[in-house]
Ligand binder design. Structure first.
Ligand code: SF4
Ligand code: SF4
Length: 288
């Protein structure tokens, strides 16, 4: 089963939930945590994994052969990302804008464009205290997260439980990380900002036809509008974590919630059971 842990904005406790869920299941399930928050992966700060494998992720970018080029401008016309421009007797490439789609080399009438790999980040895998681990890291200054996310998701062990730490927000990297999940856990705070971002996140997962449930973190701040919204939209609230200075202290010291306060383990096991019930009920309904 693949469970993605997402939130409409950063700093809501997504990694706190993902890491504690993984550690709570390790005694009964083969569990893996994949950190797809590739711009700022931080699950490793809590799980402190031993990394056993690392590889570069490259995208194919154009390399123009001036001997063959006739400066016809076709490549610049087809590049929707404005990564290539043709001026008199010169083809300029802006490789940081290139998405590696291959359209320019495919359509060049002179076959003057070859492709070469450009490194945009790395993926790593390893293990940590009974939890398999993988993460992607986008190089500083790079903007293209989806190829790294696709690559790190290739490490998913489909025989066990895979927990995906999703980038914050609702843009392309989120869709890339969440798609193919059996369930999406949305972590939010009970504040107007939390509600606003939750609504956007719910719309995204509904579009992807993935069932979802909510974890309310820092319960006690804000108001009851998140609960009202969830009731109205029939979205289950599966776990509530209170605003607690001890939890905040653990987090800021890189200690997972279940390691610092082991009584939470049973709550996370129950959370997993509730997710399993929802997924099985839905699978049964789809099969009927
Ligand atoms: S399409 Fe090919 S021939 Fe035309 S300008 Fe681009 S590289 Fe040169
Ligand atoms: S590979 Fe695609 S994105 Fe990159 S320069 Fe060519 S057309 Fe543009």
């Amino acid at each position: 089963m693949i469970i993605s842990v997402a939130s409409g904005k950063g700093g809501t406790g997504k990694t706190l939930v993902a890491t504690s869920l993984a550690l709570s299941l390790k005694d009964t399930e083969r569990v893996q945590l994949i950190d797809c928050d590739v711009e700022e992966p931080n699950a490793h700060l809590f799980l402190k994994p031993v990394i056993t494998h690392s590889e570069a992720v490259c995208i194919p970018v154009p390399k123009v052969d001036d001997e063959k080029c006739t400066y016809c401008g076709r490549c610049a016309d087809v590049c929707v990302y404005h990564a290539i421009a043709v001026v008199p007797k010169h083809v300029m490439t802006f490789l940081e804008l290139c998405h590696g789609c291959g359209a320019c080399s495919y359509l060049c009438p002179e076959k003057a464009i070859a492709e070469e790999g450009r490194e945009i980040g790395i993926v790593e895998s390893g293990y940590s205290d009974g939890v398999d681990f993988a993460q992607g890291k986008l190089n500083v200054g790079e903007a293209l997260a989806p190829p790294i996310i696709r690559k790190v998701k290739e490490f998913a062990n489909h025989d066990g439980v895979v927990i995906i730490d999703v980038p914050p927000g609702t843009s392309c990297p989120v869709v890339e990380a969440v798609k193919d999940s059996d369930f999406c856990l949305l972590v939010t705070e009970p504040t107007p900002f939390g509600l606003n971002d939750l609504v956007l996140a719910v719309e995204t997962v509904k579009e992807l036809k993935i069932p979802c449930g909510v974890v309310i973190n820092r319960a006690g701040v804000g108001d009851g509008k998140v609960e009202e919204y969830c009731r109205r939209e029939s979205i289950p609230i599966l776990l509530t974590i209170p605003l607690d200075t001890e939890i905040a202290r653990l987090y800021s010291n890189g200690i997972t919630l279940v390691a610092g306060m082991p009584m939470w383990k049973s709550d996370f096991v129950r959370l997993f059971e509730k997710i399993g019930d929802i997924v099985h009920e839905r699978t049964g309904r789809l099969e009927r």
